[in-house]
Design a protein around this ligand. Structure first.
Ligand code: EPU
Length: 419
């Protein structure tokens, strides 16, 4: 685990310049770690970020009987012949992604007990689609004492139509269906790059999955899987943080290792603000020539602009020229950080799904609070060009999803201190 932090202090200053490397994707590696529960053996995951959520998922795997250890950015996981299919409350309440152990535990053991999930504080985040999908494969659920208990003597492939392309529900279904008998079709499946990454690792483990990255995924169940090695894709949300940072502070940077094809809509939108963006095999180059033009944008499932990018876009629009409207289509209550931006002088009005941002010439540094990972990072980058010091408290949220955000920003000329 990295050093514990509770505050990030940003001193506004000049433009950013240089190369900032992007790490492995949090929202991929957590699911790849869950996938290891499907088969006994030793797994090596490379390009794993040193972040708190990975430590929590490691603890969850250990609670089932696995051994897990880090060597730089390589995570080794030893999965025993028999696992304990229980995800305890003490761990699950700390991060919502833990719900994805349910599918693999059920597939491997015929049962699982998972505490009801906690996670980010942005509105209700139900798991009804996970439950309904697994029920259609033959699982039976009961809830008692805060735990969701699920069992299935046999999972049988069928067609599951998701009401919404939920990332987590698609992942839980995939990891249950790989060991089911017969073929499972997931219709209206999530198409995020992290889903494709998970399917690639599952196929390396011996699964038979077709169509990942499209709305229809077909899974032919197999009798058994085996351990495998895998390299985690780059974190497109971390990359988006740096692209918006240079939009706010000005300058010219290369986000090393970022994949343009994973964030093409965001790059297009940033281009409309006046930023210049191009890409090559080494990453994404971005330049901000001065104050940007306001744009409208809305969050949508992939390949739309991710809900996780949106707080960074709002920070960027806070000092752009004109009025931008940002619409949140996925999570209600994901505008709480806007109150914090207002404390820095931003002119933003919101209802539960929209933010209307009237750009001001400059923000002024202020004490603010991080309510979740992305909100925290959005406040840090807002502080990059603010007048004076911005002190972001509750910054441990940021460490859940970013490895050394301060060090990476300082590497391109920012002034950021953690304490
Ligand atoms: N939903 C339901 N029922 C369900 C599942 C989802 O109503 O059974 C709703 C949710 O309430 C939400 C929408 O569907 O309104 C989308 O939820 P989804 O299941 O797609 O999200 P998730 O799997 O819980 C992942 C990421 C989030 C990211 C979302 C959307 C991980 C660990 N988390 O969450 O990332 O915002 O997809 O892309 O992969 C973050 O990294 O900071 C983060 C929150």
């Amino acid at each position: 685990m990295g050093p514990s932090i509770s505050r990030i202090t940003v001193t506004g200053g000049g433009p950013l310049n240089g190369i900032v490397p992007v790490g492995g994707a949090k929202n991929s590696v957590l699911k790849l770690m869950a996938a290891t529960l499907l088969a006994e053996g030793t797994y090596h995951l490379d390009n794993v970020p040193r972040i708190t959520d990975v430590d929590l998922m490691s603890d969850l795997l250990r609670a089932t009987g696995c051994q897990v250890w880090f060597d730089e950015h390589r995570l080794t996981i030893d999965v025993p012949a028999v696992i304990e299919p229980i995800a305890p409350y003490e761990i699950v309440e700390q991060f919502r992604a833990s719900i994805v152990v349910m599918g693999p535990m059920l597939a491997r053991c015929g049962e699982a007990q998972v505490a009801m999930p906690g996670g980010d504080d942005f509105g209700p985040r139900p798991i009804d689609m996970h439950v309904r999908g697994l029920q259609e494969l033959g699982a039976e659920f009961e809830t008692s004492h805060g735990y969701l208990k699920v069992r299935a003597d046999r999972l049988v492939g069928t067609t599951v139509v998701l009401e919404f392309p939920s990332v987590g529900a698609t992942e839980n279904l995939l990891m249950a269906a790989v060991l089911a008998s017969g073929t499972t079709i997931i219709e209206n499946a999530a198409r995020e790059p992290e889903i494709v990454d998970l399917c690639e690792m599952l196929n390396t483990m011996g699964a038979k999955i077709r169509g990942s990255g499209s709305p229809t995924i077909a899974i032919d169940g197999v009798a058994e899987l085996h351990a495998a090695d895998h390299r985690v894709i780059p974190d497109r949300i971390e990359a988006a943080t740096y692209l918006c940072a240079v939009g706010i502070a000005g300058g010219e940077i290369t986000v090393g290792g970022a994949r343009h094809e994973h964030m093409a809509m965001l790059c297009q939108k940033l281009g409309e603000t006046g930023m210049r963006i191009s890409h090559d095999p080494n990453g994404i180059w971005a330049m901000a020539p001065g104050r940007l033009r306001a744009v409208d944008c809305q969050s949508l499932p992939y390949p739309g602009i991710a809900t996780d990018f949106k707080p960074f876009v709002v920070s960027l629009l806070a000092t752009s020229i004109g009025v931008g409207i940002v619409t949140e289509n996925l999570f209600s209550g994901r505008f709480r950080y806007v109150d914090e931006l207002r404390r820095m002088g931003a002119d933003i009005s919101t209802d539960s799904h929209h933010a209307v941002i009237r750009g001001v010439p400059q923000l002024s540094g202020a004490p603010v609070r991080a309510h979740d990972i992305r909100a925290g990072a959005a406040l840090v980058i807002a502080g990059l060009a603010a007048d004076g010091e911005t002190v972001v408290s509750d910054a441990e949220h940021v460490a859940r999803g970013y490895e050394d955000l301060a060090g990476k920003l300082n590497g391109i000329g920012a002034s950021v201190v953690v304490s």
